[in-house]
Design a binder for this molecule. Structure first.
Ligand code: IDP
Ligand code: MG
Length: 153
């Protein structure tokens, strides 16, 4: 089926890790039906984070954002599936948790925009850029998932 190999970059931010929400967040993507193709736990370098958020470099919160993301380990993941970039963003909720509906990750687990626990790519193009920035090609795993025919028809 066309589009099922779309990929997005999802990262559980340091506050999500510290607040022990890693399992809960992974569970949501798994239960939705998306496929995990890459995952690592790391304390990201300042250089990597500056590059990741380079589009926001002129915003007043840029330095604080890089500091926050560099304040502890993160879980970096690549999830695959039909429309996963857009659906992933819907699952995250709005950038500001105050605008995020209950049932979304940010709507359920956080309060402030400066501690919004999770990142998700906002376009297919940016997803590919972010995946290449965070992962080496050999760190992404291609495999058959036995439930695929029960998720796509
Ligand atoms: P997104 O994460 O929903 O894509 P962006 O606008 O790309 O939102 O901003 C990236 C991140 O920068 C946000 O997730 C949040 O952590 C942080 N951020 C955005 N706006 C503000 C702000 O006004 N104050 C502090 N941090 C912000
Ligand atoms: Mg963004």
């Amino acid at each position: 089926m066309a589009g099922v190999e779309e990929r997005t970059f999802i990262a559980i931010k340091p506050d999500g890790v510290q607040r022990r929400l890693v399992g809960e967040i992974i569970k949501r993507f798994e239960q939705k039906g998306f496929k995990l193709v890459g995952m690592k736990f790391l304390h990201a370098s300042e250089d990597l984070l500056k590059e990741h958020y380079i589009d926001l470099k002129d915003r007043p919160f840029y330095a604080g954002l890089v500091n926050y993301m560099n304040s502890g380990p993160v879980v970096a993941m690549v999830w695959e599936g039909f429309n996963v970039v857009k659906t992933g963003r819907v699952m995250l909720g709005e950038t500001n948790p105050a605008d995020s509906k209950p049932g979304t990750i940010r709507g359920d687990y956080c309060i402030q925009v400066s501690r919004n626990i999770i990142h998700g790519s906002d376009s297919v193009e940016n997803a590919n850029t972010e995946i290449n920035l965070w992962f080496q090609p050999e760190e992404l795993v291609s495999y058959e998932n036995c439930s695929d025919s029960w998720i796509y028809g």
